[in-house]
Design a protein around this ligand. Sequence first.
Ligand SMILES: [Zn+2]
Length: 357
Amino acid sequence: MHRLIIGISLSIIFSVSAQAENKTENVILITYDGLRNQELFGGIDHRLMKKVKKKERLTTQFVRESDEQEREALLPFFWNTIAKEGQVWGNLDTNSKVRVVNQQVFSYPGYNEILTGRPNPAITSNAKVNNKNITVLEWLNQQPGFNNRVEAFASWDVFPYIINEERSGVPVNAGWEAFTDMGDETKQAQLNMLNRELPQMWDSVRYDVMTFEGAMDAITHHKPRVLYIGFGETDDWAHEGRYDLYIESAHKTDVYIQRIWEKVQSMPEYAGKTTLILTTDHGRGDTDPEWKSHGKKIDGAEYIWMAMIGPDTPAKGVMKNTSTTQGQVAATMAAALGLDFRKDHPEAAPALAMSSK
Ligand SMILES: [Zn+2]
């Protein structure tokens, strides 16, 4: 009898103290589609500048004397804030590997792995098919305190299927879809006008500025506790072979992420209690012309990166001698909120040990 009581009270103390240790109440996940480790850790790639358009402008803006200076010029917020106050995984030069486990190494299988915590060999195309698997977004939407507090914005129009908007109840605004639910109605009308009037470079991917503006409005007005933002342009400019625009897009996205982070730190609902996680769906080839592409036949495209910043993430900077996988993002998002995704989805990859000192 006594033993039973002691056992119960100890387990209560443990769960209360485990929650009390976690300051995170909100999580934002941001993906850059197909942004390579080469640029993230080394800045602009000189090997790919030989026949690039806008060479002068790119040189002035992004060419420096060392890789460290170049990556800082390309992604100033990432390197000056996230890498200093948070953690960065995937630098092959420090023997930190983040691997895509799915065998396809393209987008739908990658986003499925990120969001459900594991690869699914049945997913072998980017077709608009509703995902049979449960994403961590759908799972969080069912947890107490999170119902109707989960939202997603993405540039690629396959995301409503990957997240299974229909079944999950997670609103996903994606592709060239109009905004219908913005808090700022004037802005909504302006963005929808631009969305209709601008030339559409790709049928299935809108410009990232639209995704950014939609997400910023949601932060300001809906204040979701879980927000997913999927930026897409980097991958599409790379497939087009436009290294200049790939680089400019990577830089612009870094500015968007800075504005998102500064916005949340200015709001009482988010400040000091929001964790931001960044990653990508796949890498790309190393040299010309493989850098344009990815997939199982492209060497090295399985190496990706991840980064985290937030009140429960010790400032460890660039990790050394680690080996992690893409699927760890799902459980890490839940763990940041003090929740265990693997309790219901034991086959998902474990959370990153983010609070280990
Ligand atoms: Zn691609």
